[in-house]
Design a protein around this ligand. Sequence first.
Ligand code: B12
Length: 103
Amino acid sequence: MMLQGAGFEIIDLGVDVTPEKFIETVKNQEVKLVGMSALLTTTMPSMKSTIEAMKEAGVRDKVKVIIGGAPVSQAYADEIGADGYSPDAASAVEKAKELLNIA
Ligand code: B12
């Protein structure tokens, strides 16, 4: 909602999204930024496997990747090779603009 309010066009892939679905969307739509959210520590590894699958599919460099959610941290973002992390929705907008060089 915050990103949409700031003028971003959002494609909401929903919940339990497979790496293949992320890759297909990045390939077929004009995606500049991928956001992934995890609420549980048990779902965090899916962020890592999604980034790895994006690398294998050759689409990782086409987009910036940001992650967030209660159990996630900047350290985890660094560990899995995400481009950014934000603790809340307002700073996620700032992070997205920073990564995409939008004033
Ligand atoms: C509501 C809730 C539930 C609801 C969910 C309802 C629903 N349909 O969504 C119900 C009751 C179903 C539930 C169930 C469970 N829950 Co629960 N739940 C919560 C709770 C209280 C709030 C989550 C929430 O919606 N917050 C509101 C949103 C807006 O905040 P947020 O997720 O933090 O997101 C903000 C930031 O993190 C950030 N952000 C989020 N995503 C992203 C993404 C990007 C890209 C960026 C940049 C930023 C960003 O911006 C958001 C806005 O500021 C949290 C505790 C908490 N305080 O977080 C526990 C919590 C997530 N639950 C927890 C647990 C353990 C469970 C269960 C496993 C319990 C059980 N044994 O059954 C189940 C799992 C169900 C499942 N399959 O996922 C734990 C997880 C612990 C862990 N380490 O994994 C938590 C942290 C509670 C705790 N302290 O123990 N839960």
